[in-house]
Ligand binder design. Sequence first.
Ligand SMILES: Nc1nc2c(ncn2[C@@H]2O[C@H](COP(=O)(O)OP(=O)(O)O)[C@@H](O)[C@H]2O)c(=O)[nH]1
Ligand SMILES: [Mg+2]
Length: 216
Amino acid sequence: MSFIRLKYNIVGDPAVGKTNLVLRFTADSYKEAHEATIGVDFGFKQVTVNDQAFKLQIWDTPGEEKFCCCGSRLYYRGSSCIFFVYDITSKESYERIPYWIEQVTTIGNFGPSGADDCPVFVLIGNKSDLAVNREVSFEQAKKFADKHNMIFTETSAKSSCNVEEVFESTAACVYEKACSMDNPKILIPNFYNNLEDGPKDHKLLSKPVQKKKTCC
Ligand SMILES: Nc1nc2c(ncn2[C@@H]2O[C@H](COP(=O)(O)OP(=O)(O)O)[C@@H](O)[C@H]2O)c(=O)[nH]1
Ligand SMILES: [Mg+2]
């Protein structure tokens, strides 16, 4: 089966759970201790959605300017999907999301979210297992995501809730969007390299995506 390589970037304030989301998804593991990520860490995993295989390369970042390498355009080049993560128990981390959107859009030189030359933007409220200490409601975050043309979900890297689902459903969204574009290479740089079908036929590959039900 031919596969499509997709690059993901994960951004957000320190300690919201970015590294653990990658760890949970790629290695089904979890770390209690928070260790600052220095530079960039990569995670890799292959998934199959609707008979289409994807190889995801996930770029995890520190979220602290002093360690940050995410000020470079190279960091976002070729990205298909960007996760903007906050912690549902920290209003402060949620209020920093507009800052992260501004950073990514400016540095990556992307069009507005939803445009062909913009990766799929995803808002993620992590630590849903700590709902008793919630400071950000599901509804307010969903409203923000709708307004900014973003996909929204809540996850728990600790309990695994929605982690696999958000990577798989967004891979399917990226694929669907690319299939509807005249030049899918803007969104998926190696779109044709891994498909038997040539550029003229790419629209034929598009088919409805069955999204998994969420568990949170
Ligand atoms: N309860 C809970 N704690 C989490 C979750 N994800 C991460 N953490 C904890 O939050 C802290 C920061 O996690 P980390 O992945 O290092 O955050 P990063 O700085 O954004 O990469 C660590 O102590 C993790 O164990 C989660 O889903 N639920
Ligand atoms: Mg980290």
